[in-house]
Every structure is written in structure tokens, then in C-alpha cells.
Design a protein around this ligand. Structure first.
Ligand SMILES: C[S@@+](CC[C@H](N)C(=O)[O-])C[C@H]1O[C@@H](n2cnc3c(N)ncnc32)[C@H](O)[C@@H]1O
Length: 221
């Protein structure tokens, strides 16, 4: 059976809000589509705790809360204070309960959430840029990925296995230049298996959504 979930309304006041917060684009919508496609698997996990890193407008974590009927606890983080603000408004506008936290990656939550995250999302800044452009907390943080577009992603990947619960799944958006096969090899070293859920060309970008689960997890589809 094909289900179709509504795209969340955004908590922005007007278009100028997107001068400082990432406006949902093809990468965001690919992640939404892949979460929808993976709905049966997500439901089979019966998630208790979900976390998004880099929530931006809040569209992805709010969508996840919607498709899981808000039965879990939903946390998210962003390094950009305006994104945290907009995420709060987006969740509210769609009647969902989401806890946005201002921090770098998962720094403020790691100790508390270790081994407990059932669904983890990251649509990172993946564009290849000079390294100097990485590490702002403004709008540039939405896209600036440094060398191979991997500098922010590579800081996060070593944390994933310790955050995930035994049945947990991690969804990551990448482009071809990020070298998804190399990410797969790296994550295998942490005991996680990669599945490419879907890819899409958007202008010059070839986007994919990858899902990682534990090698020894046999549940789900
Ligand atoms: C490509 S945008 C994705 C936004 C939203 N998730 C979406 O799909 O529309 C990347 C987001 O990651 C945030 N970000 C970048 N570096 C970060 C870091 N070190 N810690 C937390 N968030 C970060 C940016 O501020 C931005 O909101």
C-alpha cells in the first residue's frame, strides 16, 4: 500500500527568514521521500527516540514526527540559532512536539543519548568548498562542506555507532563528490551496513540518501 504524507508547513514568517536559515531544497525533499519510502521499516523499529543533526527549517524532523504519529521523543540540533528558532515554529505549526537544541553536531546531547537513538537523520553541509568556509554558524554552515564536501560529515560519522540503539538506523544525505562508497567502507569499520535508499539528479548535484544499520540487526524489512 502506498501512503502519502503531507509536507510540513514551514514556521517562517516571510521569505527573508531564508537569508539566514536553509530553505528546504531537493536534498531535503529527497530525504523526506526516502523516509516515506522507508515507512514500513521505520514503523517496524517502533522508535522511542529520534534525533536530527542540522535541522535547518525543521522540515525533516517535523515530517518524521508526523509519519511516526509523534509516538516517539524527537530531538534535533543546529549550530545556527535562527534554525533552532524556525524549527520550533515549524513543529508547532504542524502540531508536533520537537525539542531543538543549539549546539555543534550532538555535543550537548551525546552523553544522555548514547545507545538510545532509534532514528538518526543528517542532511549535512555537503558542498565541496575551501576549508576556510566551514565552521560558521550562519547560512554558510548550510552548505560549506570543505574538502570533498566531507569535513563536517567526517566529524560526525565516528559518533554514529555509539549514539544508535541496537535497532537504530542512520539516514545520511550525500552527493557523488562525497564518495559514498568510501563512507560505506568507513562505517563498516564501526559495524554499520550501508544501503542506498535512492538517488536523484538535481541540477549539477547527484544526491543520494544512505541508510546505516547495525550488521547484526536482523529486524525491519
Ligand atoms: C543542508 S542544511 C539541511 C537543513 C534541513 N535538515 C533540511 O534538510 O532542509 C544543513 C544544516 O546543518 C546545519 N549545520 C552545519 N554544521 C553543523 C554543525 N556542526 N552542527 C550542527 N548543525 C550544523 C546548518 O546550519 C544547516 O541548518
Amino acid at each position: 500500500m502506498t501512503t502519502s504524507f503531507k509536507t510540513p508547513l514551514l514556521g517562517s514568517q516571510d521569505d527573508t527568514d531564508f537569508d539566514s536559515v536553509y530553505e528546504p531544497a531537493e536534498d531535503s525533499f529527497l530525504l523526506l521521500d526516502m523516509l516515506e519510502k522507508d515507512h514500513a521499516f521505520l514503523t517496524s523499529i517502533d522508535p522511542g527516540l529520534c534525533l536530527e543533526v542540522g535541522c535547518g527549517s525543521g522540515i525533516c524532523i517535523t515530517f518524521l514526527a508526523q509519519i511516526l504519529s509523534n509516538t516517539a521523543t524527537f530531538f534535533c540540533t543546529d549550530i545556527n540559532p535562527k534554525a533552532v528558532e524556525m524549527t520550533r515554529a515549524t513543529a508547532l505549526k504542524n502540531g508536533q512536539t520537537v525539542e531543538p537544541v543549539l549546539c555543534n553536531l550532538t555535543d550537548a546531547l551525546e552523553q544522555r543519548l548514547k545507545g538510545k537513538v532509534d532514528v538518526l537523520l543528517f542532511n549535512p553541509p555537503y558542498v565541496v568548498t575551501p576549508s576556510q568556509e566551514v565552521a560558521s554558524s550562519g547560512i554558510e554552515a548550510s552548505w560549506a562542506g570543505g574538502i570533498k564536501g566531507r569535513e563536517v560529515t567526517d566529524k560526525f560519522l565516528p559518533k554514529v555507532a555509539s549514539l544508535l540503539s541496537p535497532k537504530g538506523a542512520f539516514y545520511l544525505v550525500v552527493i557523488k563528490e562525497n564518495d559514498p562508497d568510501d563512507i560505506g567502507r568507513l562505517m563498516k569499520g564501526y559495524g554499520l551496513v550501508m544501503t542506498c535508499l535512492g538517488s536523484r539528479r538535481a541540477g549539477r548535484e547527484f544526491l543520494s540518501t544512505l541508510r546505516f544499520t547495525r550488521q547484526n540487526y536482523s529486524g525491519g524489512s
